[in-house]
Design a protein around this ligand. Sequence first.
Ligand SMILES: C[S@@+](CC[C@H](N)C(=O)[O-])C[C@H]1O[C@@H](n2cnc3c(N)ncnc32)[C@H](O)[C@@H]1O
Length: 300
Amino acid sequence: MPRGTSPHMGALHRIVLSGFYKMKRSKGQIREREREMADLFHKQADDYAEARPSYPEELFQFIASKTPNHDLVWDVGTGSGQAANALAGIYKNVVATDTSQKQLDFAPKLPNIQYKCTPPTMTMDEVERIVAAQSSLDLVTIAQALHWFDLPTFYHQVKWLLKKPHGVIAAWCYTIPEVNDCVDTIFRPFYVDSKPYWDPARKLVDDKYRGIEFPFERVDDEVDHTGPLEFKTKRVMDLEGFFRYIRSWSAYQTAKEKGVELLRDDVVESFKRAWSEDGEDRKAVVFPVHLRIGKVGNFN
Ligand SMILES: C[S@@+](CC[C@H](N)C(=O)[O-])C[C@H]1O[C@@H](n2cnc3c(N)ncnc32)[C@H](O)[C@@H]1O
């Protein structure tokens, strides 16, 4: 059973962060911002596929236990298919969409996953044509991507496509990795130094999705709120793999475009010293995962 956080925690965070989405923006500005967000992931697609963690089976089993049927899932912002791959083992069919064809090129091809490259914002017609018919989805999943979306538009489409009243939306993010005291001591200030190069939406991740707008009903009586619920995922990496994970950050790419190398020689040296401290080349790198989960209810 995942650990839950009280829905009353982080109320201030919620107010501040929801303000981010309530700023009055024109449709053109929203579309432009969505395109910028989508573009962040083209360039480092190979590092992304190689270095990012997948998610624990426990997470998928928990989510699947909340959907009465296991027919059709939409995995949005699927990237290189980290979640779609696992969902394909539980659900009959998976529609996995992303705005980056380059990301999709690295995704595992399975007979029951349809990968589709979409525009950052879809009209209702497009979403019905490309993704699924009205009220046909058992589940919508968004792994480490919800903070990039224009939420009001996206949520409207999710509610339209989910089966009523039990269709489920599950969105999760993971926060910074934990290795051991030596490496974490170098990593934490390094992450703070990278902050200027992250998009403001990254704050929603640092906040473990406590503050993200999430207008859905709790799924059942087992948990009395919509999360975040905590899981953990682990990936065994050597130091080069850890650097690849850092190079897969959108912030790394943004810094590079501004002429800043985040992995400077002195930083690399500090990581090398810290990594070699315990004499183990390969280490278990743990990523805390924070899940929001809810059902659509009776949406008209
Ligand atoms: C951080 S990656 C997450 C990838 C994968 N789901 C995972 O768990 O690692 C975010 C993904 O969202 C995609 N993306 C960004 N904006 C999008 C949008 N408006 N619609 C669909 N996908 C989008 C990006 O191309 C990228 O592949």
